[in-house]
Write a protein that binds this ligand. Sequence first.
Ligand code: MAN
Length: 562
Amino acid sequence: MRRTGALVLLGSIAHSSIVASESLPRGVGPEFAKFYESKPTFACIGNPSVVLSSSQINDNSCDCPDGSDEPGTAACANIDALSPEQPLPGSLTGTTNATAALPGFWCANEGHLGSYVPFLYVNDGVCDYDLCCDGSEEYAHVGGTKCENRCDVIGKEWRRVEEEHRQSKERSAKRRRTLVKESRELRRRVESKITALRDEIKDLEVKKIELQKKFEDVERSERGKVVKAEGQGGKLSVLVGLAKARVAELRDTLDKVLDQRDDLQDKIERLEDILKKLKEEYNPNFNDEGVKAAVKSWEDYAAGDAAGSSKTEVVDADVMEILKEDGETSGINWAEFVEDGTSDADVVYNLEAYLPSFARDWVHEKLQLVRVWMIENGILADNPASTGESILVTAAREALEAAKNDYNSKTTALEESEVELAKDYGPDDIFRALKGKCVSTHVGEYEYELCWHDKTTQKSKKGHGNTNMGNFVRIDREMADEEERADGKGLGKGQRLVLRYDNGQGCWNGPNRRTDVWLKCAETDEVWRVSESEKCVYKMEVGTPAACEDVNEPGVRAKDEL
Ligand code: MAN
């Protein structure tokens, strides 16, 4: 048996650094130092009745049933949970039915974080830098293995990554705070909308009653009255007025056009005189191409004019006739139409007069029946000479209808806003700010889209259309139990928010599609993964600041998530 140095008594190291003192036996972690005080004997930690000589510590022979006498060798690795099937040849205990007292070989990793390495890895000829950056677990240099101390570099990198995580967490929390603020503002808006709508509805209820009464009063007082608007005549008179004004307008315009035409004609004549003079007086022997071309063009123009155009000449006498004012002897006698008191409605009422005598009585009887029915049903004023509903009644009726419509639409808006306010938008109402926003990822032949508090969609990239994977129903909480991922884009372990999206498009020969959207804190909204565990049952793993804890805000729970 090889003896590996004396056991030195240590004072309390409960508060000592994570670096084990050199005076401790190799591989002893700080929390176990007290068991290895410098004494001539050593009592096995888990089996104190087994007392060994202190020289048996780290002698490469497993003497304690719990392996505590070999903190710095692999001799008791068989008790280690990571050990292969036992018993190994030469094992004293002959069984693995023992619990190891020590978690492993302690690597102090100065400059980084100390940690335990499974005993199986001690002196196995491999440098386990991820656990033991100082390389101390390969102290025997088996097969020439020499593990240099890399704690400086590894520790530095670890601290850099840690700092990045910390900052990222802070940014996520900040983003979450912004979302909470936005949500609060949105909630406040819905609340004030509800208050305003309630007030408006109250006013409208009163207004409706008043307008109903007004309408009934006006209708009662107007019933039986001749409702023809005095002095204005029927529609025909209005039409006559409009036509008259229009004719006057056209006449005025025509007059102006004629003046313009005369001016233009004067100008043309003066220009023609100039060109005629040019043709007569220019010197053909003087070789000026410009002048020659101008004379030629003039000759062509003059020849064309002489041939005469086929356009219909406007005869001035006709125009003058049109320009004359309308009166009894010329144009239209407007007064004749205006003064005729017959309204268009009268024409309709007196329709029978235009019928042949044999049909008159029969039609009269039928028309009478229809009129009575219409009056009884409030469709026609009960005076047959009237033009229908008076302007007053129409105005009262329209005002009442407008108030009723306003009341109905505001009541609907109020109901919608109340439902909206009562909806579960998660902790701190946070999803209120995200509602309607979407985030997506590409997986295989699909793009998968998550729209917060709305729906999930599978979009074919091959042009096969979109498939609804579920509509938002509620927020649940579930435990996740997954290994942490190096890039942090995974659910990890712990309670997570799960958004349920149900009742999507029917699956062929199966149920409707549905999606569980698992959330984990992240700096930005991102769909990390989409899977289809069963046919048409989807799982989305999504990172979002909405699922973060607020690390800096005072008075916030110290939970890691939610
Ligand atoms: C489509 C996709 C799949 C689904 C099948 C079911 O191909 O929506 O996700 O599994 O339909 O037939």
